[in-house]
Unconditional design. Structure first.
Length: 159
């Protein structure tokens, strides 16, 4: 009698485990998701500006410009960019400008569509360096922005 009882419990447990393991398949996380810092950007003349070189040159002239910053952060639904630029009228930086966009990937073209109100920006985004470098190519202006993933100390230790 006990063995039948334990057999039924075992069978019910097995069915429960199989049922739970057959739940909805998770979609892999997009490589865009994470925190990024700017590496370089092209200017209006298609010349590449390496952000750290620009910042070092400016800080060498005026130390207060060390607050200069350009980052991006992406979640499953939003991308936000934060720009901290210099105040040309003083010896410091302006308040950070934050832009937030919803985003999706067009399944046909593979383009990333960033939407802010009525403004839609199409980027062809590619990844390199074990997905730790990202290149945004604006399909309208042609501007290319290269980002490096911000990796925490715990992530670096596990790699």
């Amino acid at each position: 009698m006990k063995s039948i009882f334990y057999s039924k419990i075992f069978l019910l447990s097995l069915i429960g485990i199989l049922f739970l393991s057959c739940s909805k398949e998770e979609i892999p996380q997009d490589k865009l998701i994470g925190d990024w810092t700017i590496y370089s950007i092209t200017d209006e003349n298609n010349q590449t500006i390496v952000w750290n070189d620009l910042k070092a040159d400016l800080v060498e002239l005026i130390e207060e410009y060390s607050c200069l910053d350009f980052t991006a952060s992406a979640t499953a639904n939003l991308v936000s960019t934060t720009y901290t630029f210099i105040d040309s009228d003083s010896r410091g930086c302006l308040t950070p400008a934050i832009n937030v966009y919803t985003w999706e990937v067009d399944p046909e073209s593979g383009l990333y569509l960033f939407t802010q109100g009525n403004n839609i920006i199409n980027y062809r985004i590619s990844f390199s360096n074990a997905d730790n470098r990202m290149t945004w190519n604006d399909q309208t202006s042609g501007v290319i922005t290269i980002w490096d993933r911000l990796v925490s100390a715990t992530e670096e230790a596990t790699e």
